[in-house]
Design a protein around this ligand. Structure first.
Ligand code: NDP
Length: 237
């Protein structure tokens, strides 16, 4: 029997890519899923129609709106914070306002969403954040700011795991490597370079990441917390 039947699950950033695969996975296992989106109105509507999940328009860089969205959706049994952006470029040239925006989305949004969800989350709940293997390994130039945002999640997870552990709430980070989505298409211009540092010369799929999310949210994973779970084809090996 599925662990997720009638569980309330909220995915922050679920309209496309890894987030959409997570929405589909939990919805297919009988969960009541809500997901947020910012720009992809059509994709969000199509996904909601297909899965029965509820699409909520909420830009996660607006931290007040994000907290209100999490409050309104609660109490949630499982929170997944997936929304994120990547910026490549010479740090001497990157637009500072864009870097700030990435910090808001990749660091501040997961923290404030997790804290807000935990206020009403039942004992035994699950908090999952999609980080990146770039938290552990940055083998190319131009990724310092992105790597910084994903590394920050590690300290957050370790700390929140201890803060909420007495309620049996687990807090984990999933760290994908190259995964075939709009952000990082398997046929994109960076593929050869990325595969050159991987043990497996292939992109992962969003469904594979969703499978790991489902495991970490399951009853079987109740003893796993404050930990990073890398699924990267050996990018970090
Ligand atoms: P995509 O760009 O394909 O999808 C991003 C998702 O996040 C979309 O649903 C998008 O919704 C949502 N999102 C983006 N900005 C916001 C916002 N301001 N508010 C709400 N939702 C938002 O990315 P991926 O699926 O590839 O990436 C998902 C996560 O995985 C990210 O955190 C990324 O850093 C991480 N990751 C991805 C890797 C990869 O190779 N693909 C590798 C390592 C980590 P909308 O379009 O509606 O705004």
């Amino acid at each position: 029997m599925s662990d997720f039947k009638n569980k309330n699950i909220l995915v922050i950033g679920g309209s496309r890519g890894i987030g959409a695969a997570i929405v589909k996975r939990f919805a297919s296992e009988g969960a009541a899923v809500k997901f947020t989106y910012a720009a992809s109105v059509d994709a969000a509507k199509t996904l909601a129609d297909k899965t029965g999940a509820e699409a909520i328009h909420s830009d996660a860089t607006d931290l007040q709106a994000l907290v209100q969205t999490v409050r309104d959706a609660g109490p949630v049994d499982v929170l997944v914070v997936n929304a994120g952006v990547v910026m490549f470029g010479d740090p001497l040239e990157l637009d500072a306002a864009e870097v700030e925006r990435m910090i808001d989305l990749n660091i501040k949004a997961p923290y404030f969403a997790a804290v807000e969800a935990a206020r009403t989350m039942p004992d035994g709940g699950r908090i999952l954040v999609i980080g990146s293997v770039n938290a552990d390994r940055v083998p190319f130039t131009g990724l310092a700011a992105y790597g910084m945002t994903k590394s920050a999640l590690q300290g957050m997870a370790r700390g929140l795991a201890r803060d909420f552990g007495h309620r049996s709430i687990t807090v984990n980070i999933i760290q994908p490597g190259p995964t075939d989505t709009d952000m990082n298409p398997a046929d994109g211009p960076m593929t050869e370079l990325m595969h050159s540092v991987m043990a497996l010369k292939q992109h992962g799929t969003a469904d594979e990441v969703a499978g790991l999310a489902a495991y970490l949210a399951s009853k079987e994973a109740r003893g796993i917390t404050g930990a990073m779970h890398t699924i990267d084809g050996g990018f970090g090996a």
